[in-house]
Design a protein. Structure first.
Length: 330
């Protein structure tokens, strides 16, 4: 399939037994069911005008994008989890569940998923920000007075905790498969950007690592934090922790902008190395996918592009259905 000279920059995420891709007008998740069929969740984008305006403001757009992606991604992850659980139910139990739940998402369900997504994101970032501070202070408080060195050690501890956590969860079968689908998502995007026809054989030739991955963003927040925190001095542990919380939005915003820069420079021989720390972290957060997993990723990507083209001519949000659940496309 021929591609345009400058392909659109698509993104996505792995879900349980599937992949979600986001287009300009729609987000699509494809999930491999237990019987081998692929089912889809298709959610047209209906961003508020004020959100779109915030997405154009440097530094602030990074925070908005992260929270927005967490909220939308949680809906798709929840869909995949429901599909997985549904496949494990006996026919009698499945019938009872369908009677009890009805069809579609209620407003309370949507609000609930949104709240959980935001709180989970904030809790994770706060814990990973403050825990290294406490550990570093406990271990090295009286060892020396150089605050920059304390910040470096704080960053090292944060990185160790992050790597240990990722390695630990990657040992579980479900997370390992999730990371395989993460690799399949990257391969499909890379193959598309290279202008390849999207077949499992073609896609498998590409790396499971990609510059625009959220894993690269996480690595950048650790590095940026070390230097940004060093601009400010502190007199106590509590003051140091308070600074970290206040500067967290700045770290996220700067890291987002730097990620965009490193991605735009990845074809320049020397400057492309700026993105390497993030790629190294992806060695943990991605695994080599099977052909069957790549097929699901391709199905999600193709369906997203198909719907994106159809929705491109829709002028009002009221003409777009809120969501489509579980239609079998193949």
């Amino acid at each position: 399939m021929p591609q345009q000279s400058k392909p659109v920059s698509y993104g996505g995420q792995a879900v349980i037994e599937g992949v979600m891709f986001g287009g300009k007008h729609v987000n699509v998740t494809a999930v491999r069911r237990k019987d081998g069929e692929i089912t889809y969740l298709e959610v047209p984008k209906q961003d508020k005008s004020w959100v779109m305006k915030l997405r154009r403001i440097p530094l602030l757009r990074g925070i908005v994008s992260i929270i927005d992606s967490s909220v939308k991604g949680s809906k798709h992850l929840n869909y995949s989890a429901d599909a997985y659980a549904d496949d494990e139910l006996e026919p009698e139990e499945k019938a009872k569940q369908e009677e009890k739940q009805g069809s579609g998402w209620s407003l309370s369900m949507i609000i609930g998923v949104t709240a959980v997504a935001i709180l989970s994101f904030l809790f994770g970032k706060i814990v990973l920000t403050l825990l290294p501070v406490v550990i570093e202070d406990f271990l090295f408080k009286n060892a020396f007075n150089n605050q920059f060195l304390h910040n470096v050690l704080e960053g090292v501890i944060k990185l160790i905790l992050l790597l240990a956590y990722l390695w630990l969860i990657s040992q579980t079968p479900m997370i390992k498969r999730l990371f395989q689908y993460h690799g399949a998502e990257h391969k499909v995007i890379s193959a598309y950007e290279a202008g390849e026809e999207l077949t499992p054989e073609n896609v498998q030739k590409y790396s499971r690592l990609h510059y625009r991955c959220g894993s690269s963003f996480i690595m950048l927040t650790v590095i940026i934090g070390i230097f940004l925190y060093s601009v400010f001095t502190y007199d106590s542990l509590w003051e140091r922790m308070g600074q970290r919380l206040l500067l967290l939005p700045v770290v996220l915003g700067v890291s987002f902008e730097l990620l965009k820069i490193t991605n735009s420079l990845r074809d320049i021989p020397v400057l492309r190395y700026l993105g390497y720390p993030g790629l190294w972290l992806q060695l943990l957060t991605t695994k080599e996918p099977t052909n069957a997993q790549v097929e699901v990723s391709i199905a999600s990507f193709n369906r997203m592009r198909e719907l994106d083209a159809k929705l491109a001519n829709v002028s009002t949000a009221t003409e777009v259905p809120v969501a489509t659940f579980d239609p079998v496309k193949g």
